[in-house]
Design a protein around this ligand. Structure first.
Ligand code: HSE
Length: 323
């Protein structure tokens, strides 16, 4: 059986979820692909934390070049989060001939063109399915089996933390602070949840969705963005009286050469398909001129759903390079 060696940058929530996904499903992956995937080096300072996984000490390093310059490693998974040093590390990995997989929407959205061109110039693959919608396969379909469409609309709930908070406030009357704390404990939230609650994480994901479906890259800083921090129990109750739920929505609608886009809380009627998307679940509604309306639904946050998407990308690359 052919072995594919992998370097992992970051063993936080998502790194741990990705490691667990591989170990939990090792037999299935080996049976389906005929490949032995091995995470051989991990860039991580915190080597003592109990993560509920068994990681041999010799895998840890604090020197990224132990991964970038290792000729045995062909795929690098970047799960550090944040824009830097993650972006520079991904570029270095690609310049050293490594294929790169990431879940880092902030880094992908901030430097979309640079990361794509670096991959092309170095003849490596760059995949980021986990960066939008956690475990939901959305980017791969948009760029493969749906590519024959001209897309006119995207609308989605793409942040698990805020959807969890709004759902718990709406359905159970829980208060904002305690619900946000639970979302953090469940591993949904960013290290600094400001990006979640202010809508920045959603803007990052919308930037990526627009770049792939409309071939139009808009930096997330140029996307009109409003989060959920101003939503009060009174707003939720007022929406309920009107037969609506408040959801944090990302939208982009094309009309000719113009695209109207943004991120904001919206009152959605209970009959709207996105109104029934609860807790950490995400859903992305897409309209293509041939396929019509499509809806993608699943867990948009959390270590294992996101680990599923990360390892799916890794497996795709591993299969393609071992042919
Ligand atoms: N903090 C993000 C969320 C993680 O809550 O959706 C997944 O991108």
């Amino acid at each position: 059986m052919k072995t594919i060696n992998i370097g992992l940058l970051g063993l936080g929530n998502i790194g741990t979820g990705s490691y667990k996904t591989l170990e939990m499903n090792r037999k299935v992956i080996e049976k389906n692909s005929g490949l032995d995937l091995q995470i051989t080096r991990i860039l991580e300072r915190d080597v003592d934390r109990d993560r509920g996984i068994d990681v041999p000490m010799e895998k840890f390093t604090q020197n990224p070049d132990d991964i970038f310059k290792d000729p045995e490693i062909s795929i690098v998974i970047e799960l550090l989060g944040g824009i830097e040093p993650a972006t520079s590390f991904m570029i270095s990995a690609m310049e050293n001939g490594k294929h790169v997989v990431t879940a880092n929407k902030a880094a992908v959205a901030a430097s979309f063109d640079k990361l794509m061109s670096t991959a092309e110039e170095n003849g490596v693959q760059f995949k980021f399915e986990a960066s939008v919608g956690g475990g939901i396969p959305i980017l791969h379909p948009l760029t493969t089996v749906l590519r024959a469409n001209d897309f006119s609309e995207i609308m989605g709930i793409v942040n698990g933390t805020t959807n969890y908070v709004l759902t718990q406030m709406t359905d159970h009357g829980f208060d904002y602070d305690s619900v946000l704390k639970t979302a953090q404990e469940k591993g949904f939230a960013e290290a600094d949840p400001t990006a979640d609650v202010e809508g920045i994480d959603v803007a990052n994901k919308l930037s990526i969705l627009m770049a792939l479906s409309f071939d139009k890259y808009v930096p997330p800083t140029e996307i009109p963005t409003e989060g959920i921090t101003k939503i009060t129990p009174a707003d939720i109750e007022a929406a309920r009286v009107k037969g609506c739920k408040i959801k944090l929505v990302a939208y982009a609608k094309r009309d000719g050469d113009t695209i109207d886009y943004g991120v904001k809380p919206m009152e959605l009627p209970l009959s709207h398909p996105l109104a029934s998307v609860s807790d950490e679940f995400n859903a992305i509604f897409v309209v293509g001129n041939a396929v019509g309306e499509l809806m993608f639904y699943g867990k948009g946050a959390g270590p294992l759903p996101t680990g599923s998407a990360v390892m799916g990308d890794v497996l795709e690359i591993a299969k393609s390079i071992s042919k």
